[in-house]
Design a protein around this ligand. Structure first.
Ligand SMILES: *Cc1c(COP(=O)(O)O)cnc(C)c1O
Length: 363
């Protein structure tokens, strides 16, 4: 970062290209186009498809809002599809049912760090001639094994993959950042152009683009953090394995399900409560003992006022609705100690065992 300051090339400095190359290598040779954030990455991915106004973009009903915000801003129509109750990811059968002649793209989100069913979704998209976009903001580094034995990196399977370097993501920077991933060099060139005012060279604009660039300072930080990503990923997986041991037998909750075809990089470790009505009390109990929890996400997309115009009603996406009521994410990050993980596990156990009086106040 000092070198960047000395050089004063704050936009498009050398670290940006170096980081893109290094991330591409890490992802098995994908082309990487850095941009300003994960939401812009989704916007740019859709822009590169040149869809007609009003084209439909199928998105999961259980996701972060950015997944469909990009489509809505571009004058495309988000069409929701329900998710699977165990993996929280797009249900290929729901996607198949939502496809119409107006469908232009499917956006698969690899939620919480585990790949959606890329086998079924890629086949479905290919069969119908629609683009597959992978919103890989939460699963950078995860891999998926296809039936033919091929192993691919999350984000490198679809027409375009997108990711985010928001500080809390698995590869986070010191502010906002994002990137696009794709296998096709021509599309990578188009995405690079779109991210830089649609210009082919300075002051020559071929397309209406965005100003969406990764700052050189962020790229310098990301080059260092990329080196730590494998170790950090292993540390997250170790935390998840400890939580599993502590919680798998606790009645009243389900630990995160694993799709055997995907690795899980545990952006989140998300429980599903059997009795959603007890979630608030569990959160309060844990908070009282200094254990923070979060609900990703408390409202399904179709219950958000901004998306009322899509015309969906409560009951349209029962799995997404049920998950919003029943999920709870426990603390997970690479620096959690075994002692802290055990403390959180004991806290959850104590709540369900109702022997909460014996649980210590603070670690
Ligand atoms: C974080 C996130 C985004 C948006 O990324 P930003 O960099 O915050 O714009 C998009 N989709 C998903 C699933 C995310 O988790």
């Amino acid at each position: 970062m000092q070198a960047v300051l000395d050089e004063a090339a704050f936009i498009q400095g050398p670290a940006v290209g170096l980081f893109a190359e290094e991330l591409g290598q890490y992802l098995g040779g994908a082309h990487v186009v850095p941009c300003a954030n994960g939401t812009d990455a989704l916007t740019l991915a859709l822009m590169s498809l040149d869809l007609p106004a009003g084209a439909e973009v199928i998105v999961p009903a259980f996701t972060y809002i950015a997944t469909l915000e990009a489509a809505a801003l571009l004058g495309l129509r988000p069409v929701l599809a329900d998710v699977l109750p165990d993996t929280f990811n797009l249900d290929p059968a729901a996607v198949a049912a939502a496809l119409t002649p107006r469908t232009g793209a499917v956006v698969a989100v690899h939620l919480f760090g585990q790949c959606a069913d890329l086998e079924a979704l890629a086949a479905l998209c290919q069969q119908h001639g629609v683009a597959l976009i992978e919103d890989n903001a939460q699963a950078l580094g995860a891999t998926f094994r296809f039936a033919d034995g091929r192993v691919a990196h999350a984000g490198a399977v679809g027409t375009v993959g997108t990711t985010s370097f928001f500080p809390s993501k698995n590869l986070g920077c010191l502010g906002d950042g994002g990137a696009l991933l794709c296998a096709d060099p021509a599309r990578a060139a188009l995405l690079r152009q779109l991210a830089n005012h649609g210009q082919s060279r300075k002051y020559h604009h071929q397309r209406i683009g965005l100003n969406s660039r990764l700052d050189t300072l962020q790229a310098a930080a990301l080059r260092l953090k990329l080196q730590q990503l494998p170790a950090n990923q292993a540390a997250r997986q170790a935390v998840a394995a400890r939580y599993d041991v502590a919680l798998a037998q606790v009645p009243g909750l389900a630990v995160p399900a694993r799709d055997p075809r995907s690795t899980h990089v545990f952006h989140q470790y998300t429980l599903t409560l059997v009795e959603p009505a007890r979630r608030a009390a569990l959160r309060e109990f844990l908070a009282h003992h200094g254990i923070p929890t979060m609900i990703y996400y408390p409202l399904p997309v179709h219950a958000q006022p901004a998306y009322a115009y899509l015309g969906y009603r409560v009951g349209n996406f029962p799995v997404a609705e049920q998950l919003c009521a029943a999920v709870l994410s426990l603390p997970i990050h690479p620096l959690l100690t075994a002692e802290q993980v055990a403390f959180v596990g004991e806290g959850v156990q104590a709540f369900f065992a109702q022997s909460s009086r014996s649980f210590p106040k603070k670690i």
